[in-house]
Design a protein around this ligand. Structure first.
Ligand SMILES: Cc1cc2nc3c(=O)[nH]c(=O)nc-3n(C[C@H](O)[C@H](O)[C@H](O)COP(=O)(O)O)c2cc1C
Length: 232
């Protein structure tokens, strides 16, 4: 890479900027709205290519993508989900348990395609640029890839639902994922025509989006802009 390879940065038109923010704000976690329509291979390739262009520590690209269409495989994953949800339910506060039970928390069979995203922690050896002191950055990189996929899918009219209510070892056994590979995301993927305009968990009174202003500090932990300017 030489400086001669640097190119002038093209600017986005207002419409292009709007489209980027639209994809971000309209991306939803989808569980129940999948259409029973096959997702074309080229489209799947486009959204996975978006994932593959995510940032990664040391350009490690530790991800792999397993495309799962087989119904028996998905039934086994869904059975694993049910076991995991029964376990998680016990951990939920008494007053929220009934609500938890009524939430839709996966679309494993409703979606025609599932994608399992994994992280190979030793892709270029045990350590590497950027991981000596922060070894988990390979996991973070793979999460960045998932987000790219999620946003690209929104732009394509494809919904994505992330299912983490699963024992990683069970999913790894079903998909024959080697021991050294880490399961990052199990995604349900399919066309959608409708979605919520805010998180389904907010609509169903599980949780609410927190006020952004309370999350931004200035110069050091805990100091909000209001405190900094001396406002009461
Ligand atoms: C790492 C991760 C794991 C998640 N696991 C689940 C899950 O198991 N089941 C589920 O229904 N939603 C799951 N979600 C979706 C979140 O509930 C959802 O992103 C959040 O409520 C905000 O809604 P939105 O994505 O529609 O904006 C997961 C999201 C992330 C980022």
């Amino acid at each position: 890479m030489t400086e001669r390879e640097l190119k002038p940065l093209g600017s986005f038109t207002q419409a292009e900027r709007d489209a980027v923010y639209r994809a971000i704000y309209e991306r939803r976690d989808v569980r129940g709205e999948f259409l029973d329509r096959e997702v074309p291979r080229e489209l799947i390739h486009r959204i996975i290519s978006a994932a593959h262009h995510a940032p990664s520590v040391g350009l490690m690209q530790p991800w792999n993508f397993i495309l799962i269409r087989n119904i028996e495989t998905r039934e086994r994953v869904q059975a694993a989900f049910k076991r995991a949800a029964a376990l998680e339910e016990q951990e939920i506060a008494d007053e929220k348990r009934a609500l938890y039970r009524n939430l839709k928390l996966e679309g494993i069979l409703r979606a025609p395609l599932n994608i399992c995203v994994t992280c190979d922690r030793a892709r270029f050896g045990a350590t590497g640029l950027g991981r000596t002191l922060q070894p988990d950055t390979d996991l973070f990189s793979t999460a960045c890839a998932v987000q790219n996929l999620w946003l690209a899918a929104r732009a394509e009219g494809v919904g994505v639902g992330w299912v983490s209510i699963l024992r990683p070892d069970e999913v790894k056994a079903i998909l024959e994922i080697p021991e050294r590979i880490v399961l990052i995301a199990y995604l349900c993927v399919g066309f959608i025509e409708q979605s919520y305009d805010r998180p389904e968990l907010e609509v169903k009174h599980w949780a609410e989006r927190l006020p952004l202003e309370e999350m931004i500090y200035e110069e050091r932990w805990g100091l909000s802009a209001a405190q900094r300017s001396g406002a009461p």
